[in-house]
Write a protein that binds this ligand. Structure first.
Ligand code: SAM
Length: 289
């Protein structure tokens, strides 16, 4: 426990899928003026260097954000569904070069309107200090609460949010294989309290049984609560072994109706831009309750 540091993985292909989806969810929910509460259950450090420290060990951004931004270069043909994401990453960098990558807390914070609130959970004793420091630098800091707590047990206590309009990003490290079970329990509890919330769950695609069965378990939970869902996966390579993460997925409960079209435009382009071998592909499925 606590060996996971997101700085090793910042800007990877998995972050691209997650953050591109996240931006669309926030922007859709902000089409209505009512206050929005966003909970990021696994926050990480908030923002990361792409050129120093952990990032230079893993080099995951090379197959992710660096590759994607090179693919488009100054190309004005960047699809609408990807443009906003790239603009948000670029906005955290002063020059043309990408040195910094914003994690989900920074991406969400930059999108907050005055009426919105952000709740961040982080359990790692070092990451929480870095997160608090990074959030303190933001002009939106007053709208943000940071909790050094286990979000799986604390999420239900924040639901439903006062405005009854909420988005929950659930992005565990899955360092502990029990995380799959904790997540499923937390989703059950969350839907009992706040069935109409939008829930976005990220997961790694691995051969481990818990990972392979997670989407089916989530479909069952959604069905029990009569909820719509959208399931997407992005695979950048299909090589033997699991030395590095080759694919990841997102499962969205109560997705906005616009999300499928958004991802249908973005995913083939991401496969083209980030695909390493002929096994690169995507999955996009949905169910309307
Ligand atoms: N959401 C972040 C992003 O997109 O930039 C990345 C988060 S990283 C995948 C997962 C984080 O969750 C790690 O920093 C880890 O320390 C933290 N964590 C693990 N278990 C937790 C728990 N039960 N409650 C809160 N945070 C936890």
């Amino acid at each position: 426990m606590f060996s996971y540091r997101h700085a090793f993985h910042a800007g990877s292909h998995a972050d691209i899928l997650k953050h591109l989806t996240l931006i669309h969810l926030v922007e859709y929910l902000q089409e209505k003026p009512g206050a929005l509460t966003i909970v990021d259950t696994h926050a990480g450090a908030g923002i990361y260097s792409l050129v120093d420290g952990f990032a230079t060990v893993s080099k995951e951004a090379e197959g992710g954000i660096f590759r994607l931004s090179q693919f488009f270069g100054k190309n004005s043909e960047t699809p609408e569904s990807i443009r906003k994401y790239l603009e948000m990453i670029q906005a955290e960098n002063t020059g043309e070069e990408l040195n910094t990558y914003p994690g989900s807390p920074f991406i969400i914070a930059r999108l907050l309107r005055p009426q919105d609130r952000l709740k961040l959970f982080e359990l790692h004793p070092k990451e929480i200090d870095i997160l608090r420091h990074n959030i303190g630098e933001l002009k939106e800091a007053k709208q943000i609460d940071v909790y050094a707590a286990d979000s799986f047990s604390r999420l239900k206590g924040l639901l439903p949010p006062p405005s009854r309009r909420g988005l929950v990003l659930i992005d565990p490290s899955y360092e502990d294989k029990q995380d799959y079970r904790y997540l499923e329990n937390a989703m059950e509890e969350a839907l009992q309290r706040f069935a109409t919330g939008c829930y976005a769950i990220w997961y790694p695609i691995l051969s481990r049984r818990e990972s392979a069965s997670l989407p089916d378990h989530l479909k069952k939970i959604a069905a029990t609560h009569k909820r719509s869902w959208l399931h997407t996966e992005l695979r950048v390579e299909n090589a033997p072994g699991e030395r590095r993460l080759q694919a990841s997925g997102m499962f969205i409960i109560n997705p906005p109706w616009t999300l499928e079209k958004h991802l249908d435009e973005a995913l083939p382009v991401l496969v083209k831009a980030l695909g390493v071998d002929a096994g690169a592909k995507y999955v996009l499925k949905s169910f309307e309750a």
